[in-house]
Write a protein that binds this ligand. Structure first.
Ligand code: HEC
Ligand code: HEC
Length: 239
């Protein structure tokens, strides 16, 4: 489901509009505009995550490598290949760290779901090609809502979405002493330290009396702002 099969369809659509709508030529001119106006609203639910071309040049380069070399298995979820945008499938993989995922993708590996061939089976790809493609796939699968729109519109919702994708694996169950959202007794002494320390512990990681909180929950691709948004959400659950 890349843009490629879609473009001929769009061209045919425009041709028909052009042919039928002679009395109203602006209608055919409007069509592409209306389409791109609608896209940002419809995209998160309807369009596959991989249809959007990323703004970051590294990720855009990764998308090109991905479309040509990796989509054959990953877009279909073939033999358990995790689909970009499938947050649940990617969360434990991303938690290993981007470096580990990248090295495994370059070398190839056999996991619980199946075999991921070295460089997706294309030996002519450089390590940088694969690095960019993995970064693109991970970025599509972080489970965040679009960075620009959502946090501004509703920071609590953004915090919850990011929490669910990146932190819930430990904090929902209270794994190794991770304080659960809503557990007032567990949070009271932590909140008493002050918000700044909570945020810095979450960004840099820390070892407490109960266990280890990894830096950014082990997800290095999260920005400091995103972690701050999540911590604010967690603190809000016990207010
Ligand atoms: C022949 C099918 C196939 C192709 C082509 C393919 N993959 Fe995979 N990939 C898989 C499968 C299957 C898995 C899951 C293996 C498992 O965990 O059991 C996987 C897993 C991965 C993972 C997760 C790694 C981890 O540590 O969990 C990454 C990242 C990845 N592939 C990147 C790529 C990239 C980048 C390309 C293109 C250069 C690519 N793949 C091409 C089949 C494929
Ligand atoms: C691998 C498990 C794990 C993941 C994933 C994880 N945490 Fe934690 N976290 C912990 C543990 C364990 C503690 C408690 C450590 C202690 O106090 O002994 C903790 C404590 C915290 C605290 C309290 C800090 C303090 O100063 O008392 C905050 C805030 C926090 N985590 C935020 C996050 C955020 C935000 C994420 C996601 C980006 C996250 N955590 C992901 C295990 C995890």
């Amino acid at each position: 489901m890349t843009m490629k099969p879609f473009l001929p369809f769009l061209t045919v659509g425009l041709f028909f509009l052009g042919a039928c709508g002679l009395e109203k030529p602006p209608a055919s001119l409007k069509f592409p505009d209306a389409k791109s106006d609608a896209a940002p609203v419809a995209a998160p639910a309807a369009a596959p995550a991989t249809d959007v071309i990323p703004a970051d040049p590294k990720l855009a380069a990764g998308k090109i490598v991905y479309d040509a070399n990796c989509g054959a298995c990953h877009e279909a979820g073939m033999m358990g290949a995790p689909k970009p945008g499938d947050v649940a499938a990617w969360a434990p993989r991303i938690a290993q760290g981007l470096d580990v995922m990248t090295k495994k993708s370059i070398d190839g590996f056999t996991g619980k779901a199946g075999v991921m061939p070295a460089k997706g089976g294309n030996a002519s790809l450089t390590d940088i090609d694969v690095t960019n493609a993995v970064a693109f796939m991970a970025d599509k699968s972080k489970g965040e809502t679009p960075k620009t729109a959502a946090p501004a519109a509703d920071p609590k919702l953004a915090g919850k979405t990011l929490y669910d994708a990146n932190c819930a694996s430990c904090h929902n169950s209270g794994m190794m002493g991770a304080p659960k959202p809503g557990d007032k007794a567990a949070w009271a002494p932590r909140i008493a330290q002050g918000n700044a320390l909570l945020v810095s512990h979450s960004i840099k990681g820390f070892k407490g009396k109960l266990g280890m909180m990894p830096a950014k929950g082990g997800i290095a691709t999260l920005t400091d702002e995103e972690v701050t948004t999540i911590v604010n959400y967690m603190v809000d659950t016990v207010k």
